[in-house]
Design a binder for this molecule. Structure first.
Ligand code: ADP
Ligand code: ZN
Length: 184
């Protein structure tokens, strides 16, 4: 029996707390794909319900052009010509992002997804557990605890505001290790 080689796609997941370098790593992989002359399409969730061009920007100010989308199925409208699909802030999408990533990978493309795996209460964030199960390759990155310098696996909310989705940066969150993190 001869086996016919078949080109298949796959899913790479980059996860970790805030400030751990998820976006930086996503951008690094996507830029390398562009250097290899592959067609790259990049998406992130729209917070104000509009389609538009935007940039994915890491905390160390590297950036790459991306498309803002409202719901995961919108990604399918943009990927026909792409070899590599990048998705940032995957935790903000609903669970259909898992099925969409599966569909794209099944069609032979490389999917690179980055997302926050834990919310500020240290619970699994949205579709991230499902993506962890679905992905072929998982890279977990850690930040540096701002209090003691140990590796940080938690995002501490330092603002008083409640609600799961509170978009903010160093003014609202800190990277903390297991010892320095407190549930608030
Ligand atoms: P993420 O997408 O995981 O939030 P980014 O890729 O946007 O992270 O940013 C990572 C960068 O953030 C680091 O390279 C570093 O320059 C900066 N940074 C700020 N605070 C921290 C911290 N506490 N630990 C590690 N990196 C930090
Ligand atoms: Zn610490």
């Amino acid at each position: 029996m001869t086996l016919t080689p078949r080109s298949s796609g796959w899913i790479e997941l980059i996860c970790g707390p805030m400030f751990s370098g998820k976006t930086e790593e996503l951008i690094r992989r996507l830029i390398r794909a562009q250097i290899a002359k592959q067609n790259v399409a990049i998406f992130k969730p729209s917070i104000d319900n509009r389609y538009s061009e935007d940039y994915i920007v890491s905390h160390n100010n590297r950036k790459i052009k991306s498309v803002l989308i409202i719901k995961p199925s919108d990604i399918l409208d943009h990927v026909a010509e792409s070899d590599v699909i990048g998705i940032d802030e995957a935790q903000f999408f609903d669970h259909s992002i898992i099925e969409i990533c599966r569909e794209i990978a099944n069609s032979g493309k490389r999917v690179v997804v980055a997302g926050l795996e834990k919310d500020y209460l240290a619970n699994p964030f949205g579709p991230m557990p499902g993506l962890l199960v679905e992905a072929e390759y998982i890279t977990k990155v850690l930040a540096i605890c701002v209090q003691c310098g140990d590796p940080a696996n938690f995002s501490q909310r330092i603002s008083e505001e409640n609600g799961l989705v509170l978009v903010g940066e160093a003014d609202k969150y800190q990277a903390r290790c297991r010892n320095c993190y407190t549930k608030n």
